[in-house]
Design a protein around this ligand. Structure first.
Ligand SMILES: *Cc1c(COP(=O)(O)O)cnc(C)c1O
Length: 386
């Protein structure tokens, strides 16, 4: 009897596997297509594109007239490192709210930069403790700045940035936000949430390609930060000054990535901005969680703490479940997932962001169902300590 032919693998508009990861992400064909050119960095068209890109991001953050957006070459971490090094003075002190790897990374950046730092930590499945933040700011007048991660991509938890901002403001301190994996899909508006700076990158919810990050800066705070930076290439004030006075980057700009983000912003606006993008990601997340729960998988987080960005699932308790095989077979079917990054539990992650739609999430769940059956796995519920 002839063998049933395996289904054709799922694919993006360009025939590549779908990336259900926290980045790099699946992008639209049109975003990739705008890069099929070469531009000189002094090209008038590029200078206009770069200016518009910066303006659109500032507007998206609710910062028109009060804030400015400064792009920074490199991955998102370069933007975070430039934000901390530029805004926290050498004699300043940063309180970092940690509930995952990205908060921990901010504390490590302080170590490298020689900035004093204190950590307020909660477990990876628990939001920051606002009472402890309030008490820490009351007890330690040396703390000048607070750092919070908007969506901690380690678990996918949504942190209460607005509540944190209100406490920080009440104590007369300054806030730095890592909104890397949230900006563009989850609301944050500078007119309602006071921050000195907010970092994100070209390759998360705005769906551009990797290559640079950007920092939305309160203009007065940026002006006051002149001379703080300890690293030339990561000096946001110097980068801003060059862009404003010459329209030029100080060092080779990632031109193709900038042009791609400019196009991606156009598509983001057409989708309805934060509301439209956020709705699609929420629909993706719902389709994914409902489908996986129907197969018996368990999420790390309760729905009320879950951001619609990336979902952490407990490793199934079935001894026949082998993650690498599971991963490889999903990849063969056109779906790339992501290992876990938790310290509290054995887990894997599936992302909801990028050029993905609920039908893609349903397709991924179907693929998971098929692979689990191939592996002979029947118990998809969480592996728990005996
Ligand atoms: C992706 C991400 C970063 C930056 O990571 P890079 O690998 O340097 O791009 C920082 N913070 C959060 C919360 C992220 O999700």
């Amino acid at each position: 009897m002839p063998q049933a032919r395996p289904p054709a693998p799922a694919a993006s508009e360009t025939g590549d596997p779908l990336l259900l990861t926290p980045g790099p992400l699946t992008t639209s064909k049109s975003v990739k297509a705008v890069m099929l050119h070469d531009w000189g960095s002094r090209d008038a068209a590029f200078i206009r594109i770069n200016r518009e890109m910066r303006e659109r991001i500032t507007e998206a953050a609710g910062g028109a007239g009060t804030h400015t957006t400064v792009p920074m070459q490199g991955s998102g971490t370069f933007a975070v490192e430039s934000m901390i090094g530029t805004f926290v003075p050498r004699k300043g002190k940063l309180l970092v709210l940690v509930n995952g790897a990205y908060g921990k990374r901010a504390a490590k950046i302080c170590e490298y930069a020689g900035r004093a730092c204190v950590v307020e930590e909660t477990p990876e499945d628990t939001p920051p403790d606002l009472g402890r933040l309030d008490a820490a700011l009351k007890a330690d007048p040396a703390i000048t700045h607070v750092f919070v991660v908007h969506c901690e991509t380690t678990s996918g938890i949504l942190n209460p940035v607005a509540e944190v901002a209100a406490i920080v403001k009440r104590h007369g301190r300054r806030l730095l936000v890592d909104s890397m994996s949230a900006f563009g899909a989850l609301p944050i508006d500078a007119r309602e949430v006071t921050f000195d700076a907010l970092a994100s990158s070209s390759n998360k919810c705005i769906e551009g390609i990797p290559g640079f990050g950007f920092v939305v800066c309160d203009q007065a705070a940026l002006d006051a930060a002149k001379g703080n930076a300890h690293a030339l290439s990561l000096d946001l004030h110097d980068q801003w000054k060059a862009l404003e006075t010459t329209g030029q980057y100080r060092f080779t700009p990632p031109i193709h990535a900038i042009v791609a983000l400019h196009k991606a912003i156009e598509e983001w606006v057409a989708e309805g901005g934060v509301a439209g993008r956020g709705r699609r990601y929420r629909d993706n997340c719902r389709a994914l969680i409902d489908g996986m729960r129907a197969l018996g998988f368990e999420t790390l987080l309760p729905d009320r703490l879950q951001a619609p960005i990336i979902v952490t699932f407990h490793m199934p308790r079935d001894a026949k479940f082998h993650f690498q095989t599971f991963y490889d077979r999903l990849k063969d079917r056109g779906y790339v997932i992501y290992p876990g990054k938790l310290t509290v539990a054995d887990s894997f992650r599936i992302g909801c962001i990028g050029r993905l739609y609920p039908k893609d999430m349903q397709g991924a769940v179907e693929a998971v169902k098929a692979v689990v059956a191939e592996l002979g796995v029947t118990q998809c519920g969480a592996r728990r300590a005996a």
